[in-house]
Design a protein around this ligand. Structure first.
Ligand code: SF4
Length: 393
């Protein structure tokens, strides 16, 4: 007989648009069991609620963002296109060619092979001791809980994750994941990632929390999510109160631009604070979005004042389809140096600037890379071994 946690995890798998037509995810596509999370997918899409629920139609995406519907259709065959109404409203408010719009607006360059592309750019595929688990450090693992997101960032380094494979772990996969954690007591922190773990139902998330809490070596858990940015209505009292029970939790958000910080971000920061859950932020350095010191300074100052602590600036990973967002290492180092200087009065708000190396050795500080010539770098790890990185030209 399956354990209660396993049966709960398996019984709420939703029927998504992706499951019906694998790459067609425009429209009201999430399909998760929202009723139990307190918001229904059947709500009137033209509702006058201050914070919109649900997803924009393909027609509205094309019109509001001024994107050719044929391009939209071609792009989503490679990687889903889906816009929560909340986030589309935000994009429109800042201009249909502004930074929020460009984070999710399909671009013709996505469909063209680029010489700088790297297959498996951070060796994610090579570091999977069991399916859906990525391990690069002895004390923590990433669990790929789902391939679904509320919104599909065009820069995403997991955009080439094979969609033909299962969208989420099934009962047998979860049994293997829990057995792996139990057999490796050095692992103190399972990290839920994806996709976006907050596309799972409350019931699934609380079952995971309970199951982790029963493993003596697990000391805490972590969730990486963009839901506070893309779909803030998902983050309500029921969810946060439940997540905060029984096992210490850290939540890492992913704000990339100050335009993404709204009244809803303030509400969410206060909500997590009330339940004693630490919030940190990581961002990706993205060409044409946030690759300037002033934008970065504003972002990290505003997050600091919200009580969201700095985690990382990630140098962008070069997966096929995201060439338009890439930044050279020397440019990134210049931006980071100027950010450090401008935050001299608030050094606690300065994140670490890291790159996840293609050889799978994990994140290393970009300022510590040794430059060999105009586009080649190397990094000496604490144990003496060397990693090499070839920059985009
Ligand atoms: S929310 Fe995260 S996993 Fe989903 S598309 Fe964006 S970066 Fe990728």
């Amino acid at each position: 007989m399956p354990s209660p946690a396993r049966s709960i995890l398996s019984q709420t798998v939703p029927t998504t648009t992706e499951e019906r037509t694998p790459r067609d995810t425009s429209g009201d596509a999430l399909g998760r069991p929202m009723e139990e999370d307190g918001h229904s997918p059947k709500k009137d899409p033209r509702s006058s609620e201050p914070v919109p629920h649900g997803f924009a139609s393909r027609v509205r995406i094309a019109e509001d963002l001024d994107v050719d519907p044929a391009l939209l259709d071609r792009a989503r065959r490679r990687f889903p296109v889906q816009w929560p109404k909340y986030y589309l409203d935000l994009a429109v408010r800042h201009g249909n060619d502004g930074p929020v719009a460009r984070l999710g607006k399909p671009d013709p360059s996505e469909l063209i092979e680029d010489p700088g592309d790297i297959a498996d750019p951070i060796s994610d595929q090579a570091k999977r001791p069991v399916p859906f688990v990525v391990q690069k450090h002895p004390d923590r693992v990433i669990i790929l809980t789902t391939k679904k997101c509320h919104f599909y960032c065009r820069f995403c380094f997991r955009r080439e994750e094979p969609v033909a494979k299962a969208m989420e772990p099934d009962d047998a996969d979860w049994a293997r994941i829990f057995a792996f954690l139990e057999a490796h007591p050095a692992i103190e922190e399972p990290i839920l990632s994806g996709g976006d773990p907050l596309t799972l139902s409350n019931r699934q998330l609380f079952a995971l929390r309970d199951r982790f809490a029963r493993i003596p070596s697990v000391k805490r858990w972590r969730i990486h999510t963009r839901a506070p940015v893309h779909y803030p209505a998902r983050v309500d009292e029921t969810l946060v109160a439940g997540l905060g029970q029984d096992l210490p939790l850290r939540v890492v958000t992913h704000f990339n631009h100050p335009h993404e910080i709204t009244e809803e971000s303030h509400r969410i920061a206060r909500l997590f604070a009330r339940h004693g859950i630490e919030l940190k932020n990581q961002t990706v350095l993205l060409a044409g979005i946030n690759d300037d010191p002033l934008t970065q300074e504003r972002l990290w100052r505003e997050l600091w004042h919200l009580g969201i602590r700095p985690h990382y600036i990630h140098h962008p990973d070069r997966v096929a389809g995201n060439a338009m967002f890439r930044v050279r290492i020397d440019r990134g180092r210049e931006i980071f140096a100027r950010l450090g200087a401008s935050l001299a009065d608030l050094p606690q708000a300065l994140p670490r600037y890291v790159i996840d190396l293609p050889d799978g050795s994990g994140k290393v500080p970009v300022p510590d890379l040794e430059r060999l010539d105009s586009h080649r770098y190397r990094y000496r790890h604490p144990d003496g071994h060397l990693s090499h990185y070839r920059d985009v030209r």
